[in-house]
Structure formats: C-alpha cells, structure tokens
Design a protein around this ligand. Structure first.
Ligand code: OXC
Length: 311
C-alpha cells in the first residue's frame, strides 16, 4: 500500500497537499473548510499589519489554461490570523502555516516579532513575491533587499521560517537568490513559485483586459506556469540541499503533484485549481497521486523525491 506521510521541520502531514497562500484562506470560514478538507496542512492568506480591502474588482479571472489575479493583498490584518492560530488545536489537528507579507520592512519586523512572541507551533512563510501592489516591486527580485530583510527578520523571529519566492528565469538569478538564502540559517524552506507576475489576459470579443487593477496586469497561475514552477523547484532543491522546497504552480492532478516531488519538492501547494474546483480537488489529487505511485511501484514519497532523471 502507498503511504503519503511527510514529516518535515517538526510537523507531520498525512499527505503532501497544502492550499497555496491566498486561495480559500482569507477568513476563518474558509480556513475551517480547508481544515475539514483532504489537505495535509493549511496556510493562511498573506497578512499585513493592518486589514486591507485590496485592489478594485474585477481582480481575478480564470481562463482555459489557468488564472490571472491582482488581488492586492486583501486580508483581515495579522492579528486576525494570529488569533486563529492561538485558538487552533495544533496538537491534534493538521499543521497550520502562516503567510506574512508586510508592506514595509518595519511592518514585516513588527509582525514577525509578534509571531515570535506568540511562540505558536506554526510555520511562517514570509512572502517576498506579491506582484500586485501598484508601485511596489517584488522584493524577491532585489537580492540585496531580500538579504537585508532576512537578516533583520532572523533577529526578531528566532525559529526556522520559510520564504515564498517569485519565479526566476535565469540560472544566474537562481544562483544569486540561493546564495542569499544559503546565507540565512533561519530559512528552513522555500516555496517556489508565486504567480508569474504582470501577465496580460485579453478578452478577444470585448477587445478588453479582464481585470481592473494595473490596466489588466496580474499574476498568472495554472497550466501556464507548470514548467517554470518545476524549474524553480528543481534548481532551488539542488542549490539548497539542507532546506525543504515547497512546490507550487500548475498542480491540478496527481500527475503535476508527482512531477513537483520528483523535481525535489518535500510537499506541494495547490492554487488556481483549488480556487476553480473547490476543496474536493484535494481529495481527487491525493487519490490520483496514490494511483500514480501504485502504477509506478512506489510506496512512499521518499522513494522518488528529487529523483528526476536527466539525459
Ligand atoms: O503574493 C501574491 N501573489 C498573488 O498572485 N496574488 C496575491 C495578491 O495580489 O494578494 N499575492
């Protein structure tokens, strides 16, 4: 029989599926639905110091091959998610991860210090890659700013944490960001990838863009991003052997989940597919992954993790 269990950074999951931060995780109701789903763990919507309404709508659209979004970090503020984490039954329930995405270095430090003070058995994923804040660049594309932020965060948050990275598209950049992360001992995991930023989807009939913010520019997710996501997973897993990589991008069946793990991912996150299909997709993907492993003769995820063949 197949065993999907994963133990990493002090948490135990009975399967490797997590929601991607931002999808179905902004309210307690959504988080509770995820907690009752087949997800092996759940992660909260990236939080900011104060609540945010986010960008003007329409700010999400689906396409035949995936999605485009410019949500603009709508969230209830970090205190709301910290409160949910305080009430959470960490000992008996599935692991809870928290995503943090401050609007400034100071905001990130204030939130991370609060999370440190709370000393909850959660894993924090620091978002370096939101592409949808007008006028603000993705920190993950500024290697020096990323290094400074991680050094400062490590001083106020004294436990291992992770980062959500944007996609990189050049081996030199994989190397530069891996060097930044290698230089920060607190980084226990990296999540590759966030949406591919600032794409443009056009509605041919209306001869129009499909989302309002930034004249139609938004983060791309879904089938479009799978090859880029797999490349980032494999390249960071190779360069950071002592850290975990969470694979995110283009997963909509057991097949892509298998590919991400084959490329080196410890566990995987599901975004666009979860948004479009709802939490039942996690049951489907989990079962598809089991069947695929059975067909291939694998009993555990470790039997094939990181074993992608080259030619
Ligand atoms: O990090 C993020 N990635 C996205 O694709 N969208 C959200 C957002 O816009 O809130 N944030």
């Amino acid at each position: 029989t197949v065993d999907l269990a994963v133990a990493w950074l002090g948490i135990q999951m009975d399967n490797p599926l997590i929601n991607a931060s931002g999808v179905m995780c902004r309210t307690v109701e959504e988080l509770e639905a995820l907690r009752h789903s087949a997800a092996g763990a759940l992660i909260t919507k990236s939080c900011t110091l104060e609540p945010r309404k986010g960008n003007p709508e329409p700010r999400y659209a689906s396409t035949a091959l995936g999605s485009i979004n410019s949500m603009g970090l709508p969230n209830a503020g970090y205190r709301y998610y910290l409160d949910y984490a305080r009430r959470y039954d960490h000992e008996h329930d599935k692991p809870l991860l928290m995503s943090v995405s401050g609007m400034s270095l100071e905001d990130n430090l204030e939130m991370m210090a609060a999370f440190d003070e709370a000393a909850l058995p959660v894993l924090v994923e620091l978002n370096l890659s939101c592409p949808n804040l007008p006028g603000k660049p993705q920190i993950g594309y500024d290697f020096e700013a990323s290094a400074r932020l991680l050094a400062e965060v490590s001083k106020v948050y004294r436990r291992p944490f992770g980062v959500k990275l944007p996609p990189y598209f050049d081996p030199v950049h994989f190397g530069e960001m891996a060097d930044v992360l290698d230089g920060c001992p607190s980084i226990g995991f990296v999540t590759c990838i966030n949406s591919i930023g600032n794409g443009l989807v056009i509605d041919l009939e209306r001869e129009s863009v499909v989302i309002r913010p930034k004249d139609g520019l938004g983060g791309i997710g879904g089938d479009y991003v799978l090859p880029t996501a797999l490349a980032n997973v494999r390249e960071f897993a190779r360069r950071l052997p002592g850290r975990h990589v969470i694979g995110c991008g283009g997963i909509r069946s057991g097949r892509e989940a298998f590919m991400h793990i084959l490329a080196g991912a410890t566990v995987v996150q599901v975004g666009t597919c979860l948004y479009e299909e709802g939490p039942a997709c996690l049951t489907r993907i989990r079962d598809e992954l089991v069947c695929l492993m059975q067909d291939k003769g694998y009993r555990t995820l470790a039997d094939f993790r990181g074993c992608l063949r080259t030619l």
